[in-house]
Design a protein around this ligand. Sequence first.
Ligand SMILES: Cc1ncc(COP(=O)(O)O)c(C=O)c1O
Length: 459
Amino acid sequence: MNERLWIHQEIDLPDEFDVKEDKLFYRNIDLLKLAKDYGSPLRFTYLPVISNQIEMMKMYFQKAIERTDYQGKYSYYYCTKSSHFEHILKKAIQSDIGIEISSAYDIDLIRSLIKAGNITSRTPIICNGYKTPEYQAGITAMIQQGYCSVMPIIDSKAELLYYLQESKGLAPIRIGIRLNLSFIAGYDRKSRFGLSAEDILSFYQQEISKNEKLELSTLHFFNEKGMDNSDDYWNVLEEIVRFYCQLKRLNPKLTTLDIGGGMPFRSHISSDFDLSFLVYRIISTVQTICHEATVLEPNIITEFGKYTVAEATGTIFRICEKKTADEFNWAIIDGSFITHLPDTWAIHQEYPVLPINNWAKNLKPFILGGLTCDSADYYPNVPENEFIMLPDTEEEQFIAFLHTGAYQEALSGFGGVNHCLIPSPKHLIIDRNPNSILEYTVFSEKQNSEQLLNILGYH
Ligand SMILES: Cc1ncc(COP(=O)(O)O)c(C=O)c1O
């Protein structure tokens, strides 16, 4: 059965969902009460999910390492760009992880976390992405100031040349280098990231190996197609590990393979992707190829963004009106997909969507419409004609989009001006105190018109 046409009586909801008195509860949170108490549209972030996700992933790696007697160590890094908020970072780093950053202002974010005592100057920081002069200067300043665990990942020849120059005045530094994946047959994405395999080998031999201040410890890649368990993913991983072995033979200081992000989150209610098997296969693939090449297995780093944060956040909308147009049943939400969940529009991302109330009513198929004037502001925004099943009632109706915590605020420019002046919604943070009691904090109110007009120069 097409998942979007599910009938709730016929599908088992996963453990974190519950329906009581015809209302949806998510991780024991009464979503109708949230909608009524705080209004809609409403973004809510339930912080304990972040710790759970990290702990689960560490456990999967630990088990795979034990099962295969893998000789390398595993380190979890959180990729800040998937959600930069302080409450997210503060929660994530409680699980003893490293942080992966990607731009100049991220350096200030790190400094702010250090200043507040949330991390120390020893917390591992990986500096990824393209380095503008401002970003490069920020990284160098941190290294000079004794942040011993800051490691730049070289993304271009210009950046490598910069460190070859700059390293003269620095204490020895560890660097990583990003491998451009376009040399791999079957990797059909355009990729501007990193250096080619050929360039890495020749730069290592001609420059890095002769520079005693630079230690190339890490090879990094990021398969942007994600860890989807497809043949393509495994082919790419195998090629990269073979390249790692080739580089390791030249460079004994190479110890670590940073396999990037891409661990999936649950984007459908019934997703049952076996992440522990995926992790086991990653570890055993790396191990097998290293054994064949008689090369020591590398330490493994991951930089999981969406896996860490997506499932911690949900977005609640109210249905303003139901109407029939263009032969379809439309349900107009009190928000916008383009501005509140931009990935639904930009990359046709799907999320688990469920009605919050009226569960006893019969269901009817609808397309959800957003408030902007843009004809593309609807969901599901997929080429096929697909629908969301909503209770067939004229009573007040709320719906929840779940697992929306990655990238959406940043892509929609949280707190800025959005299409058709649709305001950023109220954002609520939910945590459990040491006695497991739920605590609610309003992080930000719904943007008001004065704030928007101010940005636009109407003082
Ligand atoms: C270099 C790098 N690492 C990690 C990530 C995180 O990816 P994901 O959110 O898919 O885990 C990204 C995302 O763009 C990235 O560019």
